[in-house]
Design a binder for this molecule. Structure first.
Ligand SMILES: [Fe+2]
Length: 478
């Protein structure tokens, strides 16, 4: 099977287009040398629609596909697999797309189609499991913020089943849970896109939900990420609002409304929702946090913050690429810091850099502590990575090279590392000129140098969202 023909939708064109085949390939060609002590699997999630859309398609809606490279003893193998969700199976059985896009006009015909599919056994909304991954309690979970996680077996990347923590999960589950490196707890929240409702919870090291509480929010909005410190959990309430009523009027379901203001909430880790302390901050949107930490009376949050959000991003495809880029120049997040004083209630904020960046990642072995380094992708060019030195207030760059574009880089610590940045950054890169895909391994302490290794992938790896490193001890049978 070959890829679908080029489509008019920018999110179905070029290297955003889905791939049709699930590939398994061993003994991949490595240009350079993989570090011999690098042992594990890099897995990245992303949208890969199984069938042409009913009508419209947004990049957030494709079925989740995992692309994994197993690295061991200096050698590498690759496989890609769909996350076989209930919605994926229903569409596979039907041989076509069943679920409408949130960009499609909401009318009687659309509602009837959804109800007809529901009667036949399909869910009302497809949990695509397409956004991110987390390792916890010896499991790899594929994540999508509108529904439950899906457990994925490693290293073969076969879907086990939806994971509801023994039935304790009663609400949505963020695509960006946080694992406390000291306690092994996993903290999560679930945000409803249909009513003002956020539930927060803690999963213990053994994988049991041991605490949940409702967070008091006053509007229905996209809350994509949050942050943790050893004692606190920080919520980001920014005004990218969701309104079905607005959609019924023929306007976008999602809309950035900065006039509605923004606030950050700080809750004790095991606190009840009413204990949250809110801090008003200047209006913005935040997709992703880098980290948070405590210092004296302050809780400090680091995240990629934008003041603008392109209206067209949540409109049908002819409007999505108005300036020739998939997301638009108006979306210009920069690395930013808020300092929230828990005693006085004062919030101080400042930009730490001026380069447009997102997909921030830190060394997750020290998550929740004051970290010196952070890494992020140039979100407008997607042609380079940044390494922030937050102590010295500067950043270094790693360019992918001419005509080469990459994604989020995941930091993998060197076994036994002492320094925070002693390790590697891994990401997929697409060479648009050569028409090839590869996994690159960058030495984090020699950030500007060429990659230590380029693992050539014998298949196209479409652009995607978030990745994770599965440590070697979690893998078996390889
Ligand atoms: Fe995300």
């Amino acid at each position: 099977m070959s890829d679908p023909p080029a489509a008019a939708n920018p999110f179905l064109r070029g290297n955003f287009a889905p791939v049709c085949e699930e590939v398994t390939a061993d003994d991949l060609t490595v240009v350079g040398e993989l570090p011999p002590e690098l042992d594990g699997m890099f897995v990245r999630n992303g949208p890969n629609p199984q069938f042409p859309p009913v009508k419209h398609y947004h990049v957030f809606e494709g079925d989740g596909m995992l692309h994994g490279v197993r690295v061991s003893d200096g050698r590498a193998s690759y496989r890609n697999r769909y996350v076989r969700t209930a919605g994926w199976k229903a569409e596979r059985a039907a041989g076509k797309a069943l679920y409408p896009s949130f960009l499609d006009p909401l009318n009687v015909n659309a509602l009837l189609r959804v109800l007809r599919n529901f009667v036949k056994g399909a869910l009302l909304i497809k949990n695509t499991a397409n956004t991110a991954l987390v390792c916890h309690d010896g499991r790899l979970l594929a994540l999508w913020e509108g529904g439950e996680p899906h457990e994925v077996r490693v290293p073969d990347l076969e879907t086990v089943c939806a994971h509801t923590f023994g039935g304790r999960l009663k609400n949505q589950f963020t695509a960006h849970p946080k694992v406390d490196p000291a306690t092994g707890e996993m903290l999560f929240f679930g945000n409803s896109l249909f009513r003002p409702s956020v539930r927060y919870g803690v999963v213990n090291k053994q994988g049991e939900v041991v605490h949940t509480t409702a967070i008091d929010v006053t509007r229905t909005a996209v809350m994509h990420d949050f942050a943790i410190t050893p004692r606190h959990t920080i919520f980001v309430d920014t005004p990218l609002t969701v309104s079905v009523r607005r959609m019924l009027r023929g306007q976008p379901l999602l809309k950035f409304e900065p006039e509605l203001g923004a606030r950050l909430g700080v809750l004790p880790r095991y606190g009840e929702g009413r204990e949250i302390k809110w801090f008003e901050v200047s209006p913005c949107y935040v997709f992703h946090t880098l980290n948070a930490y405590e210092e004296d009376d302050d809780v400090v949050l680091l995240a990629c913050r934008t003041e603008g959000f392109p209206e067209a991003f949540f409109m049908p495809p002819d409007a999505q690429a108005g300036d020739g880029t998939p997301i638009g120049r108006e979306f210009a997040p920069v690395m930013y810091q808020w300092r929230l004083n828990m005693k006085t209630g004062a919030a101080r904020e400042e930009a730490l850099d001026d380069a447009p960046a997102d997909f921030p990642r830190a060394n997750e072995g020290v998550l929740g502590s004051r970290t010196r380094y952070g890494y992020a992708l140039n979100i407008q060019g997607v042609n380079e990575l940044f390494k922030y030195d937050l102590e010295r207030g500067r950043s270094d760059r790693h360019g992918f090279g001419k005509g080469r574009f990459g994604g989020e880089a995941v930091f993998v610590p060197r076994p036994g590392a002492g320094a925070e940045d002693d390790g590697w950054l891994l990401t997929y890169v697409r060479d648009e000129g050569e028409g090839t895909s590869e996994l690159i391994v960058i030495e984090a302490r020699d950030f500007g140098a060429p990659p230590l290794a380029r693992v050539l992938i014998p298949a196209r790896v479409p652009y995607g969202f978030h990745g994770a490193w599965v440590p070697g001890e979690m893998l078996s049978g390889v």
